[in-house]
Design a protein. Structure first.
Lengths: 348, 321
């Protein structure tokens, strides 16, 4: 299959670049720092996983990319989101809208609430084509059925006339995917796409996403808290903590040798069949409140390596390259990343 | 759906019997003698008095009277007769069109003005508060609508009725002050507005709240993520869902307006059902009161049935079984 890439206004620019993004929520005089200087790049055809606990800012940052945050209460105070070199945050709303759905599409965690309950699923998919492409009613409907068929909804033509509540959870998520793919977007952001589904269906949806991504050679940003989901499909991972990226690595590198104590802790806390006897090791403490992020490294109160080290409590660590593979391949936001790395060679 | 409708109609029978019995007992319990009241100051000869009591079966036990009444309604379509010999059925037939025109006028006001104000306020509140929660207070429109509707709800309808007559009828001369001579819509605009004024406030508030709630729904975020223009996000994805409770409310209002404009019909001298029931109450004319109330209960029940069926059209998640 040959892929014709869309014209790139800035040659050499990554498909999507998030640069020093800051997002704050200001409900009633308080300030919640949801995203604090997040940077990452997504390349053509790549799957980038953004991994983090709830409250780490992963969903907020994704919604900021698409411009879905309402202001107030959310404010993007700093940073850029560049799609092929164009800073989306600087565009007027009217032009920015043309990127949504068409260049960057998004699917959400709970397809039942994300789909409109009073419109037929076929119409919800067709709406993309009618609004963006100006297709007529019947042409759009025909294309919508093709899309539903493509995400393997059985007897798509008949089911296009059904309403969201008439579908199972997995089928609903397929409808969401069909809708997101309607305009052949270059970037698909999947925000916890399988969290609301049971395990067998999760696997089907992830496989479908991986296949479609391959076929359409789009960039996929997979937002998840689930290490198992990441391992199978992602090329690279950004680990987020308290609104920052703390580690960025190729999947296999991250699993083999984490370069940040938080990642190390995450990996140790995952149950593994091959280490039946070993007890789970939780990370002590809980993630910080985003209204009161600790000074210095936000992870330091929970970090076993920060004991007695003043630097961790005072100086915010930069996300810096700690090992070469190719550019931006291996980055960690730990003052003592080099110390973490050799340790972490897996003994198992 | 048809089975559902039939079942609902059958369910109306006990409701109807219950309400009519209740009203019958209440009228029976009214103090005073209706026949003597009829005669006024001049004493009635005993033979005439007794003949009238016999004619209207006033000396039978309550349940016998009620049974005879229900039998007449069900099998002869006879709602009884008034004390001056007019058939109650005919009385309702003559007066209900006036009330229906008044109710329709009020209902249209409520629908158009109430919903528009609600949408205006809701959009203003949503713009300020944002989809992600935040404050629920809106801008000028929101404050104006909330304040205005509070006032409208608080003012008693007779105050509003006399004020409207004075200002728009007498001072400005835009509308006739009373009667139905000018026909629909002119004669009904002023009383219609008065009847709608308070209710319109509830509709505006319901619309506003529902709209603000829906603005935060996940599917609205999806609609934005699809790159749809704002008007399409608002109209197709938010309003459509927000109006489901409003339509339900408006449906029940039809019945309410048919019954609830007794005072306004009196003030504006409209010869409608409210007017008749007012007259009948003053002379304790049992058959008229029971007949009209039965009619109103029927209207109310059917309006509710239509709303319930309409609900399923608006919200595909509703199933009738």
């Amino acid at each position: 299959m040959t892929v014709t890439a869309s014209p790139n206004p800035t040659p050499g620019a990554p498909l999507l670049a998030v640069d020093d993004l800051h997002v704050e929520f200001r409900p009633r005089g308080r300030t919640v720092h949801a995203v604090n200087g997040l940077s990452y790049e997504l390349r053509e055809g790549e799957t980038l996983a953004i991994l983090g606990e709830s409250g780490s800012g992963k969903s907020v940052s994704a919604q900021a990319v698409l411009g879905l945050l309402d202001s107030p209460p959310a404010f993007i105070t700093k940073g850029e989101v560049r799609f092929r070199g164009t800073n989306l945050l600087a565009l007027p709303e009217r032009r920015r809208r043309t990127y949504r759905g068409a260049k960057i599409a998004m699917i959400f965690q709970d397809a039942l609430s994300a789909l409109n309950p009073v419109h037929r699923v076929g119409d919800q998919v067709a709406e993309m084509l009618r609004v963006h492409r100006g297709l007529g009613r019947s042409a759009a409907r025909e294309r919508a059925v093709e899309l539903l068929d493509r995400v393997r909804i059985p007897s798509a033509a008949a089911r296009a006339g059904d309403y969201p509540h008439q579908f199972s959870g997995g089928m609903r998520q397929r409808v969401m995917i069909a809708m997101a793919l309607a305009l052949d977007p270059d970037v698909l952001i999947a925000d916890e796409p399988t969290t609301a589904l049971d395990v067998t269906v999760q696997a089907q949806i992830m496989r479908l996403l991986a296949e479609l991504q391959d076929e359409l050679s789009m960039g996929l940003i997979l937002i998840t808290h689930d290490l198992a989901v990441v391992a199978d499909v992602a090329d690279r991972i950004v680990v987020m903590y308290a609104g920052r990226a703390v580690e960025e690595a190729y999947v296999e590198d991250l699993y083999a040798r984490p370069a940040h104590p938080y990642t190390e802790g995450l990996l140790a806390s995952v149950p593994r069949v091959d280490r039946r006897s070993a007890a789970l090791i939780p990370i002590p403490g809980s993630p910080p409140s985003l209204a009161a992020i600790p000074p210095g490294c936000p992870f330091h109160p929970r970090c076993p390596r920060a004991r007695g080290r003043e630097r961790c409590a005072t100086e915010v660590p930069e996300l810096r390259t700690v090992a070469e593979r190719d550019e931006a391949a291996r980055r960690s936001a730990c003052h003592y990343a080099e110390e973490v790395l050799p340790d972490a060679v897996r003994t198992s | 759906m048809w089975r559902y409708a039939v079942r609902r109609v059958l369910q109306m029978v006990p409701v109807l019997l219950g309400t009519t019995l209740f009203i019958y007992v209440l009228v029976f319990a009214l103090p005073g003698d209706p026949i003597r009241a009829l005669a006024g100051e001049k004493p009635l000869p005993d033979s005439v008095y007794q003949a009238l009591r016999d004619h209207y079966h006033l000396d039978d036990p309550l349940l016998v009277q009620y049974g005879r009444y229900v039998f007449g309604v069900l099998f002869r379509g006879d709602f009884g007769e008034t004390f001056n010999g007019q058939s109650v059925g005919q009385l309702i037939a003559d007066s209900w069109t006036v009330t229906a025109q008044l109710a329709a006028t009020a209902w249209l006001f409520e629908l158009v003005v109430g919903m528009s104000l609600g949408v205006w306020a809701g959009l203003s509140a949503a713009r300020r508060g944002g989809r992600g929660g935040g404050t629920r207070r809106g801008g000028f429109a929101d404050a104006a609508v909330l304040g205005g509707t509070t006032v409208a709800i608080a003012i008693p309808s007779f105050v509003l009725a006399y004020s409207a007559q004075l200002v728009f009828g007498l001072k400005l001369g835009w509308f006739p002050t009373a009667g139905t001579d000018a026909g629909w819509p002119m004669s009904y605009l002023l009383p219609g507005m008065v009847v709608a004024a308070a209710e319109l406030g509830y509709v505006a508030r319901l619309t506003r709240t529902s709209l603000v709630e829906n603005m935060r729904a996940d599917y609205v975020r999806t609609a934005v993520s699809k790159g749809l223009p704002r008007h399409r996000v608002v109209v197709r994805h938010t309003l459509r869902n927000s109006l489901i409770p409003v339509v339900t409310y408006l449906g029940t209002q039809i019945g309410y307006f048919m019954a609830g404009s007794i005072i306004v019909e009196g003030i504006f001298n409209l010869p409608g059902i409210g007017h008749e029931i007012w007259l009948a109450l003053q002379i304790k004319e049992g058959p008229t009161i029971v007949g009209i109330v039965t009619f109103l209960v029927l209207v109310y029940l059917f309006a509710n049935l239509v709303v319930d069926l309409l609900y399923g059209v608006l919200d595909p998640r509703i199933r009738y079984d």
